[in-house]
Design a protein around this ligand. Structure first.
Ligand code: DC
Length: 225
């Protein structure tokens, strides 16, 4: 009999702590962590490299046949993104790529192009997958669905500290404005908008430390599994 794989879907707006928390849960429970935002970022990065306007649906769709994306895991256990054979894990985190990713992710052809790849990951591994539409579209039958959120100011503050640590600081006010703009884009697009699945549990991490949020998340997941 085929081995049963578990899937945990974590959706929510950017900067709510999804990726750091999901990575920690993956380590604790022995699951594969899949950051689906990195996949959209890879497509956004390709459009950026090619000088294509990420809002131009037809131009972006025309690039898709040239794009081959792979997810690999390094010796450090961290997810790496290969774009046409080149490791772009670092480049896709450049601040200007966030808006590219947000625009290309609104294009139905891009979402359709990436859907199978995400589902295949969950078919072949026990996963904790984070994104915007994992519980609603990618894995509607996930064993656990969590909608993780926090106040925009809290998320901008975290992002500010993260970028400062990384040596690429940005103004807090600009980060807050970008977060609000991306929230709006992600929630108002016609194709797979960000929304809480009916059967997802809401976790608001505003004001929490990382440890508090992790404890809450693990407790919620263990109760469900
Ligand atoms: O989580 P992130 O900031 O790395 O995601 C980058 C962009 O990709 C973000 O604007 C939303 C989009 N995205 C999406 O539409 N669906 C997903 N499952 C994951 C990310």
């Amino acid at each position: 009999m085929a081995e049963k794989h578990y899937s945990i879907a974590i959706d929510g707006p950017s900067g709510a702590g999804k990726s750091t928390l999901a990575q920690a849960v993956a380590r604790e429970l022995g699951l594969v962590y899949v950051d689906t935002g990195a996949i959209y970022r890879s497509v956004g990065y390709y459009a950026y490299q090619k000088g294509v306007d990420p809002r131009d649906q037809q131009a972006v769709a025309a690039l898709l046949p040239e794009i081959h994306i792979e997810i690999t895991y390094g010796e450090d256990g961290l997810q790496h993104m290969l774009l046409n054979g080149t490791d772009v894990t670092r480049e896709i985190r450049l601040p200007e790529i966030s808006m590219y990713a947000s625009h290309v992710s609104a294009i139905p052809a891009v979402r359709a192009f990436l859907l199978d790849m995400q589902r295949e990951m969950a078919r072949s591994h026990s996963v904790i997958m984070d994104g915007r539409d994992i519980g609603t579209v990618v894995l509607p039958d996930a064993d656990v669905k969590i909608f993780l959120t926090a106040a925009p100011e809290d998320r901008a503050r975290r992002r500010f500290l993260e970028l400062e640590q990384r040596g690429t600081p940005q103004e807090y006010d600009q980060l807050l404005a970008e977060i609000k703009q991306r929230d709006y884009n992600d929630a108002h697009r016609a194709s797979s908008p960000l929304r809480q699945a009916e059967d997802a549990l809401l976790l608001d991490t505003t004001g929490n430390t990382f440890e508090q949020s992790l404890a809450l998340l693990l407790k919620t997941i263990r109760e469900k599994l």
